[in-house]
Unconditional design. Sequence first.
Length: 275
Amino acid sequence: MLVSLLMLMLCLLLRADVTMNAASAACRLFVTAVMPGLFPYMVLSLMAVSRARRMNPLLLMLLGWGGGSPTGARLLPLCASLSRREQVRLAVSCATMSPMFLLGTVGGWLSSQLAGVVVLGSVIAGGWAAGLISGWFCREDAAAPALHAEFAPLSFGSAVEASARTMLLVCGTMVMLRVFAALAAEALPHALILPVTTLLEVTTGAVEIAHLPLPLAMKTALIAGATGFGGMAILMQNRAVYPAGFLPLGKQVLWQAVHGGISFLLALGMMWLLC
């Protein structure tokens, strides 16, 4: 591991121009397209959930969907009343991107409000389906993570502080994975650059997919599948926020892949019917 880290650091120094350009692009994307639709909502959702001694799991899932990743993961430790199955379903279904981002930003990239609605609908439905399926395979007697046991409503200042820390996590993962993707692109065949970029940092990949010379239906479906899966950046964001030992990495990747696959098929079918 140490040798690998030292080699990566050397790559950053040798390709400083690529590193700086990729990091700058990720920061611009975060500031203009991710933070505006995530930060204010996260502040209010943390305040709301921290004030509910018990909350209907469906309502909690809707709150998680409304903010996108990692809002659902951030809300999870505040809900000690949830069963293990409900916790897993929440984690799987809400590990995606903000509806405001999918509807507004992605729709703009595709130059189609309809495409944005289709991406939003298919990703939400895909998350619900993946969450439902994951619950079927979850053992209720499995050891639950250590969640907050005491009822402690968050003040406005505390919610802003907690959300700001989470925003730094989101920005940091976007920057690092965008840099890794840019460095990898220099050594990969051209055909693999977009898949690897999307796998590492999905927001960057979605921008590139939107500009591909493909039919609108296929671009919409590909973006729905990619955002449903989330990419490594979103997986890392959620993993950093989950309670310790909550969801094994292999299962997390598996359920997000199911989410992405269902979202792709739903979007493709919806676009075929509507266009």
